[in-house]
Ligand binder design. Structure first.
Ligand code: ARG
Length: 459
């Protein structure tokens, strides 16, 4: 038998394979709440404009509410023959309220319906991402405040560079996640226009009120062009891009946690709650959550590329290719939320190993730049010469197998005669970080300022 929604001109129903490739109900059932909210708003508008009677609209709105409760209670029987969430809901509405259900689709198409549902779904995810980012940032700020003065090595090329503070390192990620947050907000503001009422592609001859449905569904305005409204998925792509960048930030931090928690570094102890053991090696405590967070960026970025490829050659307006948008976005959203939540938990629970951080901070001639700066400041040496002299002192320490502060004054003076004992003041890691008071620098006072500013912004 042909389809009850569109089978008028069909003599035969679809082949089983046709049904299998065509159906989206397996995944778009996740938009049930959005679909029903959209339909309820549409029904109210149809009544307000006199397109359907108040009593029909009331029946539709009540019936849709019943359908939603059935879905939420897990009592709804989804049908593949009915293709997608839109037709599943409408068919059930017909069973519940009878004839008035047939008037719901007046002045509307599944094309504007799916575009509306999907925008509502993505908007919810952006809101959830905002909350998750805020929670993670609060956890990072708490770590930064606790360890504003703790010293650790700062790296370039993963080689010891200059000492930094633990708090400074934590706040670096707060800045990154803060930009992710602002991207989330930008994306939300840009996508918050309502496609409903664009109908199939050209608009409708019914006197609909698009302002009303837009308002009802929390959109700032109706989409201004009906062709654009049903054809574009840039809001989904923007979500995936924002998610991809955020996942990339999460991945870098996760990589650091993997390194830091190793026996060779021992910078942090991760909690048992976010680690796993080995079934053969009894000593193992593995940072699996961090590793999985590190990996998530792959599928999230993959989703972005996949949808970009789906969209890139499509002529206006709707093509069924666009049905492939949802699984990518659903998967990316699920995994972004998991990664954000897991990272927040790890950050809350992790314990910085202060003594190990401090010991590592002084290793690898990390205060060589401080020594060169001292030569410039105290002996008025040109920086290039100071760089060279310091290099010679490093070579000497390396040959002796000691650190810079372990060189005697005589050894230093053998390299440059004017060096005096006050040089030792700048060779300590605490003095080194305290001296970096430039705006945004690693000095504890600067870190506390950064942390206080974010704390106020995060509320
Ligand atoms: N399931 C479809 C989708 O996700 C709904 C829109 C169908 N529209 C159509 N003209 N076949 O894209």
């Amino acid at each position: 038998t042909s389809n009850q929604m569109w089978g008028g001109r069909f003599a035969a129903g679809p082949d089983a394979i046709m049904e299998a490739i065509n159906a989206s109900i397996g995944f778009d059932r996740r938009m049930a709440a959005q679909d029903i909210a959209g339909s309820r708003a549409h029904a109210a508008m149809l009544a307000a404009t006199g397109i359907v009677s108040d009593s029909d609209a009331e029946a539709m709105r009540e019936g849709l509410f019943t359908v939603l409760s059935e879905i939420e209670a897990g009592e709804f029987r989804f049908s593949t023959a009915l293709e997608d969430i839109h037709m599943n809901v409408e068919a059930r509405l017909k069973e519940i309220i009878g004839a008035p259900a047939g008037r719901l689709h007046t002045g509307r198409s599944r094309n504007d319906q799916v575009a509306t549902d999907f925008r509502l779904w993505v908007r919810d995810q952006l809101d959830a991402a905002e909350q998750a980012l805020r929670a993670l940032m609060r956890a990072l700020v708490a770590q930064a405040e606790a360890g504003a003065e703790w010293v650790m090595p700062g790296f370039t090329h993963l080689q010891t560079a200059q000492p930094v503070t633990w708090g400074h390192h934590m706040m670096a990620y707060v800045e990154m996640f803060g930009r992710d947050l602002s991207r989330v907000r930008d994306a939300r503001a840009r996508m918050n226009e309502c496609p409903l009422g664009a109908a199939a592609l050209a608009g409708t001859s019914f006197p609909i009120d698009r302002e009303m449905t837009a308002r009802e569904l929390g959109f700032d305005a109706p989409c201004a062009n009906s062709l654009d409204a049903v054809s574009d998925r840039d809001f989904a792509l923007e979500f995936l891009s924002v998610a991809g960048i955020c996942a990339m930030h999460l991945s870098r931090f996760a990589e650091e946690l993997v390194i830091w928690s190793s026996a060779q570094f021992r910078f942090v102890a991760l909690s048992d709650r976010f680690s796993t053991g080995s079934s053969i090696m009894p000593q193992k405590k593995n940072p699996d959550a961090a590793e999985l967070i590190r990996a998530k960026v792959g599928r999230i970025f993959g989703a972005n590329v996949a949808l970009m490829m789906v969209m890139k050659g499509l002529p206006l307006a709707y093509s069924k290719d666009m049905q492939e948008d949802k699984e990518q976005v659903f998967d990316a959203a699920d995994n972004l939320m998991l990664a954000l939540a897991a990272m927040e938990g790890m950050v809350r629970d992790m314990v910085a190993q202060k003594a190990n951080l401090e010991a590592a901070a002084g290793a690898g001639f990390s205060t060589a730049t401080d020594l060169a700066d001292w030569l410039v400041r105290v002996l008025d040496m040109p920086f290039r010469e100071a760089h060279h002299v310091t290099g010679a002192l490093v070579a000497r320490a390396e040959a002796r197998g000691c650190d810079l502060p372990d060189l005697s004054l005589a050894e230093m003076q053998a390299v440059h005669g004017e060096i005096d004992a006050s040089v030792y003041d700048v060779l300590g890691v605490h003095n080194s970080v305290a001296s970096r008071m430039s705006y945004g620098g690693t000095a504890p006072a600067q870190v506390r300022m950064q942390a206080a500013r974010w704390k106020e912004r995060l509320g």
